[in-house]
Design a protein around this ligand. Structure first.
Ligand SMILES: Nc1ncnc2c1ncn2[C@@H]1O[C@H](COP(=O)(O)OP(=O)(O)OP(=O)(O)O)[C@@H](O)[C@H]1O
Length: 770
């Protein structure tokens, strides 16, 4: 790993030396996807696709061939298609270099050779786009001139007209974009994202947390491998249903045309033209009757993976969303295809104005949003202003302030007017399409062959609507989709994490006596590496002994208990169970020999019986025996459903004392060699406390017990008391020995005795024992 990486880079720090290697550079920085060069490349790509589609779809073969062999500026558009294709290659190449050099220059502000290269690229970009714009405008001008003045001019038909219009629009946008390239490249410094790495070379965020690798779509789809059969079937049906749905506007258009013809020819309004034509064209298309069927199959098959829905994996919503996304993509692409098929010229014009409409829509949307907020803010002030103005009308008059007041008002109006102009542009773009469509229909009706009948225009407008709807719905689904991807990143991150402590494999000794030994155990929680929680802990618990851990809160008692369960491994030292290093034993095996009862036990949302028998396969008589030992049997009997009573989420339907007794029964049924106990400090009523205590006392018999003790009675009975303070063993001995010693332990006990309450916890939370 390079030293640069391991040091990490803080955004906004001094420029760092970067070597010439671009791959190294890319490891250190990245750029957001939505940025100048990508947006320009997207626009140029759309431009190229539209241009080539219009060129290819326009005219018959001869015309198409003549266009190349017999090139003429005002009659051929082959040049425009060629320019569009070369433009794409040019922009992709130049922008890639420009961005790389400008990116590198941020950290090399005095590299004059680099600056020179960047300047040349900027100038080339602007000159090239200006030349293209000049060329398209000139060509457009000539064509328009011919169109207006030469009545015999027929060579350039509708698709090619559309191509000229689209070429002028796009080249204007691209020219404007190229002028902004200087500014855009300067923003790279602000928008670049600095990547940071830790000492292991793993990428981290500002707070030092590991950044999870992005989940690829491929990986997400692989998750659904078991459902592939259904998905394939669903997709086929989906394509069928979307396809037939997409054919609908085509039929509607035909109905419109057929209705007109029939009515004109037969002069009959009440005849059956609509029904007839609809059936006829349905039959002609050969899929009309299949359409609803396909649609239903599609829906059914799309839903079929739901039958295999696995609630744990939460696939259901994801699949419905994906199927909708696929449907909308089909709808979008298919409708555009149909639109080109119906009238490529009109589609071309429509696509050419899309950038204008989008930009206007975004600006208009922002404007509306801003105005709405302003409106709300101003509404509050309005009353005051109105009142002030009216009541102060004399003051305004006396200072001749009318002009100023009106001027202020006028400024607002001007701003609105400017924004309105943008809105007008959007409306204008749509009007242009309608005008052009109408003109083509008119031409068709008056002998010129444009191929656009009223029916075709109807279909076309319906398709436009479908495209718009698919686009709008897709963008909202895209958000869901991305958040699903984001969520799966987290899930995959968790799945990828290999646990430091494997849950299986290891030694399985024939028997266990229950002896525990800590030898120089040191421990630091990985999430808090700066503070050592346990410092060289040494103690031994002999089989059958009851050892009490006491001490101030945060001293490390629970940590010790958790380490016996091997939830964590010591950073230094060894923990022995009998004579075996805990690390060598099979965790699944030794955890069955250890039972733990915590202060606030976790119960599962199932029946009492299932909770008690959680760790073993036990029959009801064994469950009852354990419950009796734990003083739980009686209260369970009082429930209507007895052992089948459901305890609710985390046992919410039981009282604190009842939960503890069930947890004790759950520990006892395992017949553990070693019992780990965290005595409850929570206040129980006297009766409950007595029952719990009795159960605990019974549970402690004939096994090794390590108890985090909070009660004097417990420590008195303990064979040994270990006082843990600030991660170390402060004192160690029997109750009497420690009292005699007069140290930390005595202080803890005295506090309790002076409080005059035997049941008060002896581990004071705020105690500073030092
Ligand atoms: N998962 C964890 N990650 C980081 N630090 C932890 C974690 N669990 C506990 N600690 C810290 O370790 C120290 C010892 O905590 P521990 O819970 O072992 O103390 P305790 O003596 O059992 O306290 P109490 O009597 O209040 O339960 C505390 O400073 C605590 O903040």
């Amino acid at each position: 790993m390079s030293s640069k990486k391991s040091n990490g880079v803080v955004p906004g720090e001094e420029a760092m030396p970067i070597n010439e290697d671009d791959t190294e550079y890319k490891k250190l920085y990245e750029l957001p996807t939505m940025r100048y060069s990508n947006i320009v490349i997207l626009i140029v790509t759309v431009d190229t696709i539209v241009s080539i589609a219009l060129w290819v779809t326009g005219g018959n073969t001869k015309y198409f061939v003549d266009n190349i062999t017999d090139f003429h500026l005002t009659e051929s558009v082959f040049d425009l298609a060629l320019v569009a294709a070369s433009k794409m290659i040019f922009y992709v190449t130049v922008l890639a270099f420009l961005e790389t050099f400008s990116f590198r220059q941020i950290d090399k502000p005095y590299d004059f050779a680099l600056i020179q290269k960047i300047k040349v690229l900027h100038v080339t970009l602007i000159v090239f786009s200006l030349l293209v714009f000049g060329f398209t405008v000139t060509k457009g001008g000539f064509v328009l001139y011919k169109f207006i003045n030469d009545s015999s001019y027929t060579k350039m038909h509708a698709e090619y007209n559309a191509l000229v219009i689209s070429a002028v629009c796009f080249s204007l946008i691209e020219f404007i974009a190229s002028v902004f390239s200087f500014g855009a490249m300067r923003t790279l410094k602000v928008i670049r994202i600095t990547r940071r790495f830790n000492d292991q070379g793993v990428e981290i965020d500002k707070e030092g947390k590991t950044i999870l690798k992005k989940v690829s779509l491929q990986r997400l789809f692989l998750l659904a491998k078991p459902e592939w059969g259904f998905i394939a079937g669903g997709t086929i049906a989906l394509v069928g249903s979307s396809g037939s749905q997409m054919a609908a506007p085509l039929f509607f258009g035909k109905v419109v045309d057929a209705a007109q013809t029939d009515m004109e020819q037969e002069n009959c309004v009440t005849d059956w033209p609509l029904t007839h034509s609809f059936t006829e064209c349905s039959n002609q298309q050969d899929c009309g009757t299949d359409w609803p069927l396909f649609y239903q199959i599609g829906n059914a098959a799309t839903l079929s993976p739901l039958l295999h829905y696995n609630p744990l994996q939460g696939e259901c919503l994801g699949w419905v969303n994906i199927s909708m996304l696929v449907r909308y993509i089909f709808q979008l692409v298919g409708s555009l295809g149909f639109m080109f098929y119906l009238n490529a010229a009109l589609t071309g014009v429509l696509l050419a104005v899309v950038p204008f409409v989008s930009i206007s829509a975004v600006r208009y949307g922002k404007f509306v949003q801003k105005m709405q907020k302003k409106f709300q803010d101003k509404l509050g002030d309005a009353g005051t202003v109105a009142e002030e103005t009216l009541s102060s009308v004399r003051t305004v008059r006396s200072f001749s302030g009318e002009a100023k007041t009106v001027n202020n008002y006028g400024k607002e109006i001007n701003e609105s007017g400017f924004q309105g102009l943008i809105g007008l542009l959007a409306q204008g773009a749509i009007a242009l399409c309608l005008w052009y469509g109408g003109k083509l229909v008119y031409d068709e009706a008056h002998g010129k062959h444009t191929g656009l009948t009223p029916g075709v225009l109807t279909s076309f407008l319906l398709y436009t609507l479908q495209v718009a709807m698919a686009f709008a719905l897709m963008s909202s689904l895209y958000g869901d989709f991305m958040s699903a991807l984001g969520a799966s990143t987290r899930i995959f991150g968790l799945l990828e994490r290999t646990p430091g402590i494997q849950n299986e494999n290891g030694m399985v000794p024939a028997q266990l006596t229950g002896r525990v030994q800590f030898k120089n155990v040191c421990f630091t929680y990985p999430s808090r590496p700066e503070s050592e929680v346990l410092k060289s802990i040494c103690f031994t618990v002999e089989p059958g002994e009851m050892v009490a851990l006491v001490g101030p809160s945060g001293g490390g008692k629970s940590t010790i208990v958790n380490m016996i369960e091997r939830f964590y491994d010591p950073s230094e030292g060894t923990i022995y169970l009998d004579d075996y290093d805990l690390k060598e034993l099979d965790p699944q095996w030794f955890r069955k020999k250890i039972s733990m009862v915590s202060q606030e036990p976790t119960l599962f949302a199932c029946s009492i019986k299932e909770n008690i028998a959680f760790g073993v396969n036990a029959d009801i008589s064994e469950v009852e025996a354990a419950a009796k030992q734990a003083n739980a049997h009686e209260f369970i009997q009082t429930f209507e459903k007895g052992y089948d009573t459901l305890v609710g989420e985390r046992g919410v339907r039981l009282s604190g004392g009842q939960k503890q007794r069930i947890a004790i029964a759950r520990a006892l049924i395992m017949n553990p060699k070693l019992l780990l106990l965290d005595e409850a400090t929570s206040a129980l009523d006297a009766e409950s406390e007595h029952l719990v205590q009795e159960a605990i006392d019974r549970a402690m018999k004939s096994r090794t017990v390590i108890v985090i003790a909070h009660r004097l009675s417990t420590v008195r009975n303990a064979s040994k008391v270990i006082v843990i303070d600030k991660g170390s063993i402060a004192e160690n001995g029997t109750h009497d020995e420690l009292i005699a010693k007069g140290g930390v332990y005595k202080k803890l006990v005295l506090r309790q005795l002076t409080a005059g309450n035997r049941s008060e916890p002896i581990n004071d939370t705020n105690e500073d024992s030092s």
